[in-house]
Structures are given as C-alpha cells and as structure tokens.
Design a protein around this ligand. Structure first.
Ligand SMILES: Nc1ncnc2c1ncn2[C@@H]1O[C@H](COP(=O)(O)OP(=O)(O)OP(=O)(O)O)[C@@H](O)[C@H]1O
Ligand SMILES: [Mg+2]
Length: 357
C-alpha cells in the first residue's frame, strides 16, 4: 500500500489548443486501468499553435480539470510539439553507447538546429539500424525552444502540479500505439501504419513500422476551420459552435452544405499529407493501415470516406479499448472522446511506467 503511495503514477496531461485533457492510469501485469480522467475546454486564444499564450487561464483550466477528475497526484507528464519542436533524422555509428551518442549529438547539434543551442532542449530517440548500412543507426533528434517549454511548465505549476516528464508528442504517439496494437492488422508486426491526429488547428502524421516511429510531420489543418464556418454561417459564438459540432441541432443545410464539404476537404488533406511520407522515399514501402485520431476523427463516417479516397483500410483510434476503468470513471461517457485522448493516454502510459529514483 505505502509503496504505491510513495511511487504515484504521473498524470498524463495534454494541453492542446482547445482543451486540457488529463488521465491517470494504474497497471496490473500488462493491463492498464483508468483511475481518473478529465477534460476541460480552453478559451479561444489561451493556446495558439501549440504554444501556451495565456499562462493563467491555462493554469485555471488545468485546475478545474483536476478537480472534476478527482485525481490526487501532484506529478505529471506533459508534451510539447508544433513549431517549437524540430525533429530531424540523423545517423550515428552503431557502436556508440547511449551516453556516447548523447555526447556526440550535443557536439554536432548546431548543424541540425537553427537556434542557438543554449535556447533549446535536446532529446533523441534511436529508431534502429540504418537499412542500407548495418554500421550505423538512424536516430530521431528533437529540439524544442526552452521558452515554449517554460510557459507550459508555468501553467502546470499554477495548477499545483510538477512535471516530471516533458515528452515530444510524436514519441507519445509511439508509446500509445503499443497499447492499441490489438486494433492493428497483425498487431502492427511487419506493418507500416500511419496515425493521423486531426486536432483543432494542427494535424500530425506519425508513421510507425514494427511499433517504432519512423516518420513524423505536422501541418496546419484541423476542426477549427469547421468551427469557424459554423460561427460565420449561423452567427454563433466559438463555444456555441463547438457544442453544436458535437451535439447537433444546426439547421438542415448544415450537413450537405457545411459538414460534408469539410469532411471531403479533410479526406483530401489526409491523402495529400500521406504523399509527404511517400515522397520522402524511405526504405519502408506502402502504408498498410491508417488510423485517424484527434477530436476531428469523431466526425461521422470520416474513416469510410478517407478509406475511399486513399484506398487504405482506415479505422478510428481508441486508446481506451484495452483499458479497464475504476468504478469512479464512467467509461461509456468516454468512448465518444476516445480519439482525442490519444496524447493524454500516451502520456499517462509514460506516467505509470515512470521510474522514481
Ligand atoms: N464529437 C465530435 N464531433 C466533431 N468534432 C469534434 C468532436 N469532438 C471534438 N471535435 C472537434 O475536434 C477538435 C478538437 O480535437 P482535439 O481535442 O484532438 O484537438 P486539440 O488537441 O485541442 O487541437 P490541436 O491538436 O490542434 O492543438 C475541435 O475542432 C472540436 O470541435
Ligand atoms: Mg491535439
């Protein structure tokens, strides 16, 4: 008993442009249980393009989400992404230990990073042996401007939480992927699977092969376009339009004239986005399966429509599918929001695996 108190799991905390999502897991054997979960909307300009613009209002939202979730832990895992993060694939001699690699990356980083090194936090992630050269390994290097991390940390601290892990969203996708393997063909073995997370302002593509992240890219696109169109057409506020998207009740012309064209645009965007991966010309062949995530993936029949555009089997992400939940958590209520919890769930998994020293 006291052991689990001494080593509480970290809360997975996703601060994105529309909301604060948080989640706490416990682990028994290899299965996860949702102990607490919460989501709280953010005001329109609190987070702009993935960067915390209004530290106080974000802090207040985190506080409210925490109170509603009844989560007691004080430590969390957060993630950064967007324009503040640069990722680059480099190669390193396979003979180096991880420590040696870290040293060498620090020395060479200025070749890859367009900011002064004292202003960035660096991280790296070994992808695996280079396909064409067994003597080197491919390494994904990530650099984040410290000021962007600092604002996020400040908001979290205002809510009384201490971040123990600052992850990169793309790595978080890899983490949560493994917990969703049962939803993938052959559990993802020898398969190339694309996860497209369509949020409000940003869409990210992560390509995963054998459970390893091999490619990542982001672009500005998301459900906010649809929210804004609803606001314009029907004279609604940002909050009203957001609710209407989820709960319906809009005039009859909404579906044919607004929703369907937006879904069509979304499917086209996904298709064009995948072309970036293909034209990067890596050694890994075609995408075998596509998974849509993010709040926008909850639009009705988006998977079917996208599949018909790109000809690749497409499903909607459900990071909760293989998780049980505590009796305090209403799992049925969660299902509708499951695709948007991709990052929060990945962070909660990192949080429950965290080794306290
Ligand atoms: N049930 C739903 N039906 C349609 N759209 C939805 C639904 N739930 C959420 N959305 C839309 O999804 C978007 C929010 O998704 P998500 O929470 O993944 O974004 P985010 O992570 O806050 O954004 P970003 O990643 O761009 O910072 C909003 O545009 C919201 O209106
Ligand atoms: Mg998001």
């Amino acid at each position: 008993m006291f052991l689990s108190r001494k080593n509480p799991p970290l809360i997975g905390l996703d601060i994105s442009s529309t909301s604060v999502k948080l989640m706490e897991l416990s682990k028994t054997g290899s299965s996860y249980r949702i102990e607490g979960i919460g989501v709280e909307p953010l005001p329109a300009n609190a987070v702009v393009e993935k960067n915390v613009a209004e530290v106080e209002s974000v802090g207040e939202s985190v506080k409210r989400a925490l109170a509603k979730s009844k989560i007691k832990s004080k430590f969390c895992a957060i993630a950064v992404s967007g324009s503040s993060v640069i990722t680059k694939k480099i190669t390193m001699p396979a003979s180096l230990s991880e420590d040696e690699m870290e040293g060498q990356i620090q020395l060479e980083a200025d070749q890859y990073i367009p900011y002064p090194l004292e202003e960035v936090n660096l991280d790296f992630h070994i992808i695996g042996e280079t396909e064409t050269n067994p003597e080197t390994v491919d390494v994904l290097l990530a650099a984040c401007r410290s000021e962007n991390v600092d604002d996020r940390v400040a908001a979290v601290e205002l809510a009384g939480l201490t971040p123990k892990i600052v992850d990169i969203e793309a790595y978080t996708v890899e983490t949560v992927f493994s917990a969703m393997a049962s939803q993938m063909p052959d559990e993802g073995m020898d398969k190339t699977i694309a996860i497209v997370d369509i949020g409000a302002t940003m869409t990210s593509l992560s390509v995963i092969h054998n459970h390893q992240l091999i490619y990542t890219r982001e672009q500005n696109f998301g459900g906010k376009q649809l929210t804004e169109e609803i606001m314009r057409r029907y004279g609604l506020s940002y909050e009203e339009a957001g609710l209407a998207k989820r709960q319906g009740g809009l005039p009859d012309n909404y579906e044919p004239e607004v929703l369907e064209p937006f879904k069509e645009t979304t499917a086209q965007q996904v298709s064009r986005f995948l072309q970036f991966f293909y034209s990067a010309g890596g050694p890994i062949g075609d995408i075998d399966h596509l998974v849509l995530a993010g709040g926008t993936a909850s639009l009705p029949n988006l998977a079917e429509l996208t599949e018909s555009h790109i000809g690749v089997p497409t499903t909607i992400a459900n990071p909760f599918a293989d998780m049980s939940s505590s009796s305090r958590v209403n799992k049925a209520n969660l299902e509708a929001d499951a695709p948007s919890f991709l990052i929060a769930a990945g962070l909660a998994i990192r949080g429950v695996e965290y080794k306290w020293s």
